[in-house]
Write a protein that binds this ligand. Structure first.
Ligand SMILES: NC(=O)CC(=O)C(=O)O
Length: 272
């Protein structure tokens, strides 16, 4: 399967962001991509107090309508890294979903782990001020195999991905708006760890550059194979990158090092 990852610099102008998304998807489709993956918060990144008014119903909002039509027109899958989904008058969900080539949603996931952190003297993020967390993992069936959905900060919680792998996932989606500061050391390290320990492809489309004053994202969108090799990586700026998923590599990795089968959870289950 040929896939495309879109690296964006989403800001507050939603109409412009939707226009950028349309252009990137059309470019990817013309290059023969069968699945296009967008980053976290692809349609809007702005102040916390403005988020609720940009939240949409899924599947009845303008983003779904636009992307559903694009999926049908080009006969492709579109993985929407995330958009704001309606919850109540104060908070929204941070929601990822996948649309099939018939324009239908085949899976929706609301970010479980919210980015509430403070690095002294560097930065503070309180995603839970404006977002309500989801409570359920979500797997989907793609023509090439099962995939597990997640978003950004989720990547720091390996239990979620181990669960997906044990349920049969061969692909892990990790769209992101990863911060530049944490990204320098953690982004690639964690993504490759999730790929190797679960022997899955990891598809991680990211935001790049300054999205809000003083808040910068790391970019470096990438696809990692089940052996831990980065098979495609975006450079600085926005744009589309491509990769071919050779699904035989999943079985090859799992046969060579059968670590998923060699687990002995009965000896350490008390620890959790
Ligand atoms: N932005 C996030 O959700 C996560 C992140 O930047 C980090 O974990 O670091």
């Amino acid at each position: 399967m040929k896939i495309a990852l879109v690296q964006m610099n989403t800001k507050q102008d939603k109409a412009k962001n939707l226009n950028d998304i349309t252009n990137f998807i059309e470019e990817a489709a013309s290059e023969g991509a069968e699945l296009v993956s967008l980053p976290e918060y692809c349609t809007y990144m702005g102040k916390d107090e403005d988020k609720v008014k940009h939240a949409e119903s899924i599947p009845n909002g303008e983003t779904f309508e636009l992307l559903s039509n694009l999926a049908k027109t080009h006969s492709i899958f579109i993985h929407v890294g995330s958009i704001l989904e309606e919850y109540n008058n104060e908070k929204s969900y941070n929601t990822s979903f996948i649309i099939n080539p018939h324009g239908e949603i085949i899976g929706k996931y609301q970010k479980i782990h919210l980015f509430d952190i403070e690095i002294e003297g560097v930065s503070k993020y309180m995603e839970s001020n404006s977002i309500i967390n989801g409570t359920s993992p979500k797997m989907i069936d793609l023509p090439v195999g099962k995939a597990g959905l997640s978003i950004c900060y989720d990547m720091r919680f390996p239990e979620l991905y181990r669960g997906y792998a044990l349920e049969g996932a061969k692909i892990l989606f990790i769209p992101a708006a990863f911060t530049r500061y944490t990204g320098m050391l953690h982004w690639e390290l964690i993504l490759r760890a999730r790929a190797v320990e679960n022997q899955c492809f990891v598809i991680a489309a990211g935001q790049f550059g300054e999205n809000l004053p003083g808040k910068e994202c790391f970019g470096s969108s990438m696809v990692i194979d089940p052996w831990g090799m980065v098979i495609s990586r975006a450079s600085e700026g926005t744009g589309v990158i491509y990769a071919n998923l050779d699904m035989d590599l999943v079985d090859k990795a799992r046969t060579s090092i059968p670590s998923l089968q060699n687990r002995k959870p009965e000896y350490y289950k008390e620890l959790s």
